[in-house]
Design a protein around this ligand. Structure first.
Ligand code: NAP
Length: 255
């Protein structure tokens, strides 16, 4: 049976390299992104399909999910934004795409992931818990944390930014970093839930390293293909591979 992968943000950068590597391994690939022209051109070159997705828009997430009712084997949550500047508006916009939209898409698609499926969150070392106070780190790492408490924590971040007290409350001055901390926490929540699922789905997060893309800039040492390596490894893990972990260069790294 044909294996199907969805790569969000597969139109350029690391996502495009992930999509190419999965195509080269014989999977059918759907890439999803906002810009139709760039998305269609990339899909044509990759031998993939392109579909519209704006992670900030719930209706767009639902529409993409409807096209995948037949099921999928690999979901690579790669799309993200890193906006310039820092204020509550930027914090809200970043969290909406990088965390909330990604969680919404993933939760909508999980019922459609087939047996032996793999879910990969393309995260970042910038989302390390070493960037928040130990009190906040404890709350993110709490085994009992669920989606509602996680969202409430990110709401606290936005409120603290708005009130000009985020640093004294233990937050970093990076909406992108907090979004990736939240994404990593969601990775653990989902992996824990799926441990009891008969489909044996694995969920992991990857840091691609610093990569030459529109987001990473020209000075980054890694090529998109190099950045894609660990996400692709996690997308193709064998049955005895890990779940609920965070990896860079195919090795575990601390949350
Ligand atoms: P990029 O070059 O900026 O590409 C981002 C991709 O996401 C594009 O395909 C973009 O297409 C899509 N996208 C952006 N906003 C979207 C939205 N609202 N809905 C759907 N798709 C959206 O980024 P990249 O450097 O390849 O980064 C890929 C992943 O690696 C991200 O999760 C990033 O945080 C992570 N990462 C990157 C680096 C680095 O050094 N580059 C380091 C650590 C982690 P459209 O604009 O057409 O939608």
């Amino acid at each position: 049976m044909e294996r199907l992968a969805l790569v969000t943000g597969g139109s350029r950068g690391i996502g495009r390299a992930i999509a190419k590597a999965l195509r080269d391994r014989g999977l059918s690939v759907v890439v999803a992104s906002r810009d139709p022209e760039r998305g269609r051109a990339a899909a044509r070159e990759l031998g993939a399909e392109w579909r519209f997705l704006d992670l900030a828009d719930a209706a767009s997430v639902a529409a993409l999910a409807r096209t995948l009712e037949g099921g999928l084997d690999v979901l690579v949550d790669n799309a993200a934004i890193a906006l310039k500047g820092f204020d509550a508006k930027i914090a809200r916009a970043t969290l909406l795409v990088d965390f909330l939209g990604t969680m919404r898409l993933t939760d909508t698609l999980v019922p459609r992931v087939r047996e032996g499926g793999r879910i990969v969150m393309v995260s970042s070392g910038v989302g390390s818990l070493s960037s928040v106070s130990s009190e906040l780190a404890k709350r993110f790492l709490d085994e009992a944390i669920d989606r509602d408490r996680l969202v409430a924590l990110t709401d606290d971040f936005v409120a603290d930014v708005e009130a000009g007290r985020h640093a004294e409350r233990g937050w970093p001055t990076s909406a992108y970093g907090v979004s990736k901390i939240a994404l990593n926490t969601y990775t653990r929540i989902l992996a824990r839930e799926l441990e009891r699922d008969p489909r044996r789905i694995k969920v992991n997060a990857a840091c691609p390293g610093w990569v030459r893309t529109d987001m990473g800039g020209n000075a980054a040492p890694r090529s998109p293909d190099e950045g894609a390596k660990t996400p692709v490894w996690l997308a193709l893990l064998p049955d005895d591979g890990p779940t609920g972990g965070f990896f860079r260069d195919e090795k575990p790294i601390p949350w």
